[in-house]
Design a protein around this ligand. Structure first.
Ligand code: C2E
Ligand code: CA
Ligand code: CA
Length: 259
């Protein structure tokens, strides 16, 4: 029933701009300075109020609407980056955005992304695209080709939810990722066991040797940050450093008056 309701309202929601962008900061645990942000979608429904992405993203992935929403989010991000730049807020940090499997399967995807970046004249090196390993489940060769084309466009590429699935390591050897994002379940507040820390330390070591940086997600406590800093984790994202906030607030707070 809930699914039906979400489907009934989605097109109108897009037209009426009920979807908007929030951004969550990412920090360098050594310098304790912001180094980037992750773009996340929010849905403010006129009657139901806030609807969680955990509810509607799976529905949109099933019915295909995610393609429209993700492209809308990408364009909106480019537009806003351009707008901030005009207001004198320089896009000096990298922002990442989630893109679903369906988009990557479209042979025109890389071209569409390139067009968008050119249209809004955003600095391509400051855009990072997050995909999960499930993107590679079927039609692997085709997906690898599209992802490589994306790299040629110049965006950075992150593997999201690393460590939550089955074949992550396997994919690393075929795809030139720039960033690994460690799933928050892997290193949660209740799971800072010696074993997980040890595995994490080795993953970070391996990533470093491959020239890939590592972001740990869902970091909520100072204790977690201390451990991550000790084992050489490059970047940290989570409630400890900041919650997702509307994009206007994010740029005002972190980037106004910055070089
Ligand atoms: P994700 O990509 O793994 O995003 C991180 C999620 O963890 C976000 O949930 C964020 O709010 C949450 N989070 C961040 N820090 C903490 C923390 O310290 N503790 C805890 N418990 N949670 C934290 P959110 O915004 O509800 O998004 C859920 C998922 O929905 C995302 O997981 C992503 O897979 C998907 N999603 C969100 N926005 C988009 C989008 O624009 N496009 C697509 N395709 N998927 C999206
Ligand atoms: Ca993500
Ligand atoms: Ca994630």
């Amino acid at each position: 029933l809930k699914e039906k309701e979400i489907e009934k309202d989605m097109e109108k929601a897009l037209e009426e701009r009920q979807f908007y962008i929030v951004v969550q900061p990412k920090y360098d645990p050594v310098t304790e300075r912001i180094i980037g942000g992750e773009v996340l979608v929010r849905w403010q429904h006129p009657q139901k109020g806030f609807v969680s992405p955990g509810e509607f993203i799976p529905v949109f992935e099933k019915n295909g609407f995610i393609e429209k929403l993700d492209m809308y989010m990408f364009e909106k991000l480019c537009m806003q980056m351009r707008e901030f730049e005009r207001e004198g807020i320089y896009n000096s940090i990298r922002v990442s955005i989630n893109q679903s499997r369906i988009l990557i399967l479209n042979p025109d995807y890389a071209k569409n992304i390139e067009k968008m970046i050119q249209r809004y004249e955003v600095p391509v090196e400051n855009i990072e695209i997050e995909i999960t390993e499930t993107v590679f489940l079927d039609e692997k060769e085709q997906v690898i080709e599209i992802v490589n084309r994306l790299k040629e466009v110049g965006v950075h590429l992150a593997m999201d939810d690393f460590g939550s699935g089955y074949s992550s390591l396997n994919i690393l050897k075929d795809v030139p990722f720039d960033v690994l994002k460690i799933d928050r379940e892997f290193f949660s507040e209740t799971n800072t066991s010696l074993t997980s820390v040890l595995i994490l330390e080795k993953i970070i070591e391996m990533a470093r040797a491959m020239g890939i940086s590592v972001v740990c997600e869902g970091v909520e406590t100072a204790e977690q940050v201390d451990i991550l800093r000790d084992i050489g984790c490059d970047f940290v994202q989570g409630y400890f450093y900041g919650r997702p906030m509307p994009i206007e607030e994010f740029y005002e707070k972190y980037l106004r008056n910055e070089e």
